[in-house]
Write a protein that binds this ligand. Structure first.
Ligand SMILES: [Mg+2]
Length: 203
């Protein structure tokens, strides 16, 4: 039996931190896993910037509430769910993603969470388990699923390599060059064709 796992930001949603950077005017918040491959370094820096600028969870949620999924995202998710099952594996946080999940009709989402104090300051972030995307794929394979995985960035490499079939969706060129063996799709039409063909080739 097949099961699809996919990344969230850059695939179905815009990059949340880039939008927070635009809204707040803090350029350095534009850094993502596309720029810094070490997630711990990236998140520690982001939380320090929020603190320096006295930005609270309410400020971030205000930005997120104004975001929409990428054009066509809800439709392609509907299509995937009509063909097979999909689980979203994201390195975002429940507190950020929740308001946007309604706009994607509540797909199953496995991610992390934040520690927030009584005033709304984000004091820490909690990684549910290290390397969760690849670990989830491994666990699903142990349940005898044939796993198809796709994502756009560095933090998707582990799950793409662990999956039975894996590919990129709209990756930056630096990532494509670093991992030339991983197939690439560049829009939802190509994504649909790729998934349809992988599902058809089930062994
Ligand atoms: Mg992504």
């Amino acid at each position: 039996m097949n099961l699809v796992v996919a990344d969230l930001e850059g695939v179905f949603l815009p990059e949340i931190w880039i939008n927070v950077a635009q809204k707040t005017g803090i350029e350095e918040l534009k850094l993502t896993t596309r720029d810094i491959s070490d997630y711990d370094v990236l998140m520690t820096r982001r939380l320090a910037i929020l603190k320096e600028n006295n930005l609270k969870i309410q400020d971030i949620q205000e930005v997120i509430a104004g975001l929409d999924p990428l054009p066509g995202a809800a439709g392609i998710l509907d299509w995937i769910r009509s063909q097979t099952q999909i689980i979203i594996l994201s390195d975002t946080f429940e507190e950020f993603a929740r308001p946007l999940m309604a706009k994607l009709k509540f797909p199953t989402l496995l991610c992390h969470n934040l520690t927030i104090d009584a005033s709304g300051n984000i004091t820490d972030y909690n990684i549910r388990i290290e390397n969760q995307k690849a670990m989830a794929v491994k666990a699903l394979k142990n349940l005898n699923y044939r796993v198809i995985a796709f994502g756009d960035s560095y933090n998707d490499i582990g799950m793409i390599q662990e999956a039975d079939q894996g590919f990129f969706f709209t990756p930056p060129e630096t990532v494509v060059q670093e991992f030339p063996e991983i197939p690439v799709t560049r829009d939802y039409d190509q994504l649909k064709t790729m998934i349809a063909s992988l599902l058809k080739n089930e062994i």
